[in-house]
Design a binder for this molecule. Structure first.
Ligand code: 5AD
Ligand code: FES
Length: 356
């Protein structure tokens, strides 16, 4: 690590901001030493805000039917080999009930853009979950919808919404998505969600095809400006039935490096150690926590459909019962010196010492 890189890291941890050119320089300067320094600072600032707490979210994958055709994704519409499924409202509520008994207080309902899940149907499911488990937060991750739809879902009680921006570079966006999808609409969704009152999560894949350090610098600048409540990042992993089947996966090291940087840009952010990170390395999620992540998301989907929610190859946790997945993650969290907390785990809104 040269003096310039050390100065960038110092400035980032002091000011929580860099120019786009400096983000790019920092990304390009990655080596073991700079990664270790960033991780040390990221863990320290997370500790000031959240102590040794790691939040758990129960993930329920409600449908793998999707009208979109993202080039990277295994459940894209054009993948005729995907075995499609859709959980019934009763199945979704049963998953939440099982999760609640296991201690979960946040449920993330995630799925493809499946038109069967109208606002009316979703509002009924959300209403039922909120009635039965009033102490729980509900998070949706169901892609792009209209502002009216987001508003109706919010009024039905949804607390949070995850919608990865995927890339903050419009040209890169166009190379990852079909012409029918637009970068501007993606951004419109994120700003609508924010304006309505949701806690909002954005995010991107690390090492996606055509990604450059300049594009990553734009992602970091976007996170600095948007200040998301949550930010999901994980390595790109090729899926054998997509146009990107022969591409290289993103790396563990680059993902960890970016996790640390994002923690320093926005110290209170809720940052998951993702399933994709656990897929590229057996201890990927533990390493994610040690780089600054503070959320894990065990799978609560019914075991019989788990393999079908295959966004990328070799996804982990597809054979384990919810209880096993929760226990497994708890053990992993404790092994690296942290503690799973089971409250709702809302983002800390008050400025941390580090931000003053
Ligand atoms: N590799 C890694 N992550 C992927 N996602 C979709 N396909 C892949 C893949 N092949 C991510 C996208 C999406 C989230 C639900 O999963 O970023 O927003
Ligand atoms: Fe799901 Fe280990 S985290 S089985």
């Amino acid at each position: 690590m040269n003096a310039r890189t050390a100065e960038l890291i110092e400035r980032l941890s002091r000011e929580h901001a860099l120019s786009e050119a400096d983000y790019r320089a920092l990304i390009e300067a990655r080596d073991d030493e700079s990664a270790a320094l960033l991780a040390e600072k990221a863990v320290a600032v997370r500790h000031e805000i959240y102590g040794d707490a790691v939040f758990i979210r129960g993930l329920i994958e409600i449908s793998n039917i999707c009208k979109n055709d993202c080039l990277y994704c295994g459940i894209r519409r054009s993948n005729a080999n995907a075995q499609r499924y859709r959980l019934t409202p009763e199945q979704i509520i049963a998953c939440a009930a099982e999760g609640h008994a296991l201690g979960f207080r946040t449920f993330v309902l995630q799925g493809g853009e499946d038109a069967w899940f109208t606002d009316a149907i979703l509002c009924e499911i959300i209403g039922e979950i909120k009635r039965r488990f009033p102490d729980c937060a509900v998070t949706l991750s169901l892609g792009e919808r209209s502002r009216d739809s987001y508003k109706r879902l919010f009024d039905a009680g949804v607390d949070r919404y995850l919608l990865r921006h995927e890339t903050a570079d419009p040209d890169h966006y166009a190379r990852l998505h079909p012409a029918s999808m637009s970068f501007d609409n993606r951004m419109r969704c994120l700003y609508d969600l924010r304006a309505i009152g949701y806690q909002v999560g954005c995010g991107f894949m690390v090492g996606s095809p055509f990604q450059t350090s300049a594009a990553l610098a734009k992602d970091l600048k976007f996170i600095e400006d948007f200040r998301p409540d949550m930010c999901g990042i994980g390595p790109f992993i090729p899926h054998h039935d997509t146009p990107f089947r022969d591409r290289l996966a993103g790396t563990l090291e680059e993902t960890l490096y970016l996790l640390s940087i994002i923690r320093l840009i926005h110290p209170p952010v809720l940052l998951p150690a993702t399933t994709a990170l656990g897929t590229i390395h057996p201890e990927g999620r533990e390493k994610g926590l040690l780089a600054g992540a503070n959320v894990v998301m065990p799978n609560l989907s019914p075991v019989q459909v788990r393999k079908q929610y295959e966004l990328y190859d070799n996804k982990i946790c597809t054979g384990d019962e919810s209880a096993q997945c929760r226990r497994c993650l708890e053990a992993r969290v404790e092994r690296v010196g942290y503690r799973v907390v089971t409250d709702r785990g809302d983002v800390k809104k008050s400025p941390s010492k580090a931000q003053q």
